[in-house]
Structures are given as C-alpha cells and as structure tokens.
Design a protein around this ligand. Structure first.
Ligand code: MN
Length: 281
C-alpha cells in the first residue's frame, strides 16, 4: 500500500484505453517511474486504468499478462476498471467485434471480474478535488436513476462497484454508440462523451468531477471537437497528452482516451494528480 505521511506525496496516474499497445504502455509506465528492467511500480504511485485494454492493437495478451502481474505482485497499486472490450468476455456480447483474444487471456479477464479485482469505478481524492473514474463516464441520468444521486465521488464509486459485483446488467447499459437513441442515462461502460455524457450534465449541477476513457469529444485525427456548440464551447484540449477538459456547473469532465488504433497514438500521456488519501473502490 502507498503510505501517507510527512515527506511522501503519493501520486495517481490514470491511464486511458490501452487497446493492446503493450510497448506504448510500458514506455509510459517507465516515464511515470516504473523500473525499466523489472517494470515494478515506484512506491509513491497508484495506477488506475480505465479499461479497454484489449483489441485493436497487436499485444492484447501481453497487456493482460503485465496487468495480472501488477494485481498479484503489487496489490493495491494497480486499480483495473472494466471497459466494454473486457465486458465482451463477460457475457456482454452486445456489439460485433472481429478480433478475439486467446483463451488464456479471456480466462484471466473473467477471473479478475469473478474475484473482484476488476472494478466499475474508482474515486480519487486529489489536491485538485475529488474525481470519479469510470470507463465511459457517469451520465446524469444514470447517477439519478440507478445510483440515487450520491453527492461524493467515493459514494458513487462504491455504489457502482456494488452494482457490478451484484451482476446488475444496467452497468453495461448501452447508448448511442450501439445505434440506440441518444440517452442521458447511458451506462458508465458505454456512454458517448460528446453526445451523451457531457450533455447529460447541462441541466444538473455536477456533484463531483470525473475522468473517463472510451471516447473523447475531440477527434484526435483532425483535432476538431464533435457535439453541439455548447459541448464545444466548454471543452479545451491538450493534443500533446490527448486530454480534454469540459468545464460544467459544479465540476469538470476530463476525457483521456488516446484513441489508439492498430498503431499506437503518436503522443499521449496518463492523467496525473497528487493524492490526499487512498484511491477508493
Ligand atoms: Mn470503450
């Protein structure tokens, strides 16, 4: 466990969708202080990964093996969240995908979910505020109807993880990405950033800020934002890190999906903050 005390400033690094890009992941972990030979994470660092570790890129199996090693050998230091591409192996075949990971890799992902080492959400108490982290973001409609409007990121994370552990299918509730009508209550594994997540909070005060992967308002290939004029007007982008920040009433929504394809994004980075308490799942 990371210790909190005088002279120690624990950090959290939230890593966006990896999509089988093992070399790019390893490179970023070394930048964050991992040992370049052993890969071990430094003592002051907790990593939260937002899910979608498999498919698209060349080394899904290697990424899952590396993360499995962190989960076993440095417990508490790597927090793994579930994305829709992991859910594909958990009985959520709600979308068509032609890549398949090998049997051992699928079994490892299934074991994480069964043993509770892969979560729906994490809460980060940081020096720049409390953040909820999920794969696709918590929409206002889901917060209201499925969670009973928790007012803290910690309570939201706990409630989402209770739903996931209890097998509630609404955690995997799809939205516009699967051709459904745009919904302000799309689930935290599927919500579309520009069309569902951000607009859902226009009518409500955000109770806390959020970090998510899955997709971004910004199209990184063109550098142009998607969505309504109101979405665009409130979003600023950092094309070097492939981060975007949408400022809303009560909080911010930070999108960090680097949008790797068959090749890794040329430039991207984890989102980093200093912790004032342990990461909560
Ligand atoms: Mn996704």
């Amino acid at each position: 466990m990371v210790r909190f005390g005088i002279g120690v400033t624990p950090r959290v690094a939230v890593i966006g969708d990896v999509h089988g890009q093992l070399a790019a992941l390893r490179y970023e972990l070394v930048r964050l202080g991992a040992d370049p030979h052993t890969g071990d994470l430094p003592d002051d660092l907790t990593v939260v990964q937002v899910g979608d570790i498999v498919h698209r890129g060349p080394h899904s199996g290697g990424v899952v093996m590396l993360i499995d090693r962190y989960l076993r050998e440095q417990p508490g230091r790597w927090i793994q969240l579930v994305g829709n591409h992991e859910a594909f192996y958990l009985g959520d075949r709600s979308f068509v995908w032609t890549d398949r990971v090998d049997g051992d890799t699928a079994t490892t992902v299934q074991r994480w979910w069964a043993e509770g080492s892969m979560h729906v959400a994490a809460a980060l108490p940081t020096t720049v505020g409390d953040y909820l982290v999920t794969h696709a973001g918590l929409t206002a409609g889901f917060w209201r109807a499925a969670l009973d409007m928790p007012t803290s990121a910690a309570n939201a994370a706990t409630a989402l993880n209770r739903l996931g552990a209890g097998g509630a299918r609404k955690v995997f509730r799809p939205g516009a990405m699967l051709g459904r009508r745009r919904s302000g209550s799309a689930g935290p594994v599927w919500a579309d950033a520009a069309d569902e997540l951000v607009p859902s909070w226009f009518q409500a005060q955000m109770p806390f800020s959020q970090v998510h992967g899955h997709c971004t308002v910004t199209d990184w290939d063109t550098g142009l934002p998607r969505g309504s004029d109101e979405v665009k007007a409130n979003t600023i982008t950092n094309p070097i890190a492939r981060h975007e920040v949408t400022t809303l009433r009560g909080g911010r929504i930070i999108g960090i999906d680097p949008c790797h394809g068959a090749a890794a994004a040329p430039l991207w980075a984890a989102w980093e903050a200093a912790l004032v308490g342990p990461v909560i799942t």
